[in-house]
Design a protein around this ligand. Structure first.
Ligand code: SF4
Length: 62
């Protein structure tokens, strides 16, 4: 499983990070970064929850 964050859509709400801090990190300006682009199996549910939490639909998990 892989995470992609569309930086043009990310508005820095930090809801992904608040929902799944083990999967999403924030840069110095509060915009999202994946902790790791490749998501281990035991964090896939958290990655999906973070994807759903993003109001900008900036996160793709596939
Ligand atoms: S919830 Fe979406 S818009 Fe907000 S920081 Fe995360 S990726 Fe960016």
């Amino acid at each position: 499983m892989r995470i992609t964050i569309d930086t043009a859509k990310c508005s820095g709400h930090a809801r992904c990070w608040a929902t799944a801090p083990e999967v999403f990190d924030l840069d110095d300006n509060g915009y999202a970064l994946p902790v790791s682009q490749e998501v281990p199996a035991d964090r896939e549910a958290a990655a999906r929850a973070g994807e759903r939490a993003c109001p900008e639909r900036a996160i793709t998990v596939e």
